[in-house]
Design a protein around this ligand. Sequence first.
Ligand SMILES: Cc1cc2nc3c(=O)[nH]c(=O)nc-3n(C[C@H](O)[C@H](O)[C@H](O)COP(=O)(O)O)c2cc1C
Length: 359
Amino acid sequence: MSSRFGTIFSISTWGESHGGGVGVVVDGCPPLVPISLEEIQFELDRRKPGQSKITTQRKESDTVEILSGVQDGLSLGTPIAMLVRNEDQRSRDYDEIQHKYRPSHADFAYDKKYGIRAWSGGGRSSARETIGRVAAGAIAKRVLSNFGVEIVGYVEKVHHLHATVDPLTVTLADVEANIVRCPDQAVAAEMLTHIEEIRKQGNSVGGVVGCVARGVPAGWGEPVFDKLEADLGKAILSLPACKGFEIGGGFGMTDFTGSEINDEFEADADKHVFTRTNHSGGIQGGISNGMPIVLHAAFKPTATIMTEQHTVDDQHENTTLKGRGRHDPCVLPRAVPMVEAMVALVLVDHALRQRALRG
Ligand SMILES: Cc1cc2nc3c(=O)[nH]c(=O)nc-3n(C[C@H](O)[C@H](O)[C@H](O)COP(=O)(O)O)c2cc1C
């Protein structure tokens, strides 16, 4: 199983949803970086279940322990291991799916791949796996802040409800001002009502998370296979329930001509080069061009719903299944810190690669 990610700044996540705990080993973090338990816990609290009435009600404190690689609040340059113990497991909620495959979940595919699966809680296919990514992402964000980079993720769409968000000005405070994590406060209220209604129906909805990285200098990224948008795409699509990725204008650019959509260059009085528009999303030729990096991630409706659906069992007999237990009616609010973490992990790796190339 490939649970490793990154080249210079790399992570390995480990742990099953209903095992002893989950965590991460971060390798390649430079020495003498201030590592704050509070900063890491802040990000984990944005991710954790039970944080509001529109997330799963599984109650986990998700308290992080740093086991290695940090001394007196500074990174040692050695592997940083972080652990979060699992606390609130109800395996009986999963009894039925020991033999039946949840529609649109990972059960069938895992069984075909391994011939065995941690059916209780979904094992590695559970969103608990992302705890390690978010903890590591907090460290990546701290390293990136030394380069002047700031990353803000936000909910832009829930089902049919679209928000208006300006990636140039959106702030963490705007995002955290409501439990949906949508910075358009009026639309956020509509999204909240809609998600509550969907939950009451035992159903689920998906949506779109937007994310901006501001302050990325020109020159990060590699020209061919490790293009910055290719690495970002892999990072984002590796998140559970993520089924779409767009950089900049993405698919929408196909509606326009070159004269309408090209990002024209201009230099200001200080000879600082910028582009008049940013349809490229801050990346050209796989390399950052100094404009904000803007991307979007599509998350599908949560697979487990409280409505009976057709499925098969592990003997390939046709049957039906109705979801049980505690699930997110909409994964979007909790996906925001996960998207930010993956963007931070890609950018910090490319920052260090560029430093290795050019000093
Ligand atoms: C924040 C977040 C929370 C999730 N919560 C649930 C959940 O409560 N129930 C569920 O069935 N899937 C949930 N998922 C999605 C599954 O983990 C995912 O759909 C499953 O592993 C199958 O993988 P795939 O959708 O990427 O193909 C969640 C995903 C995210 C990002």
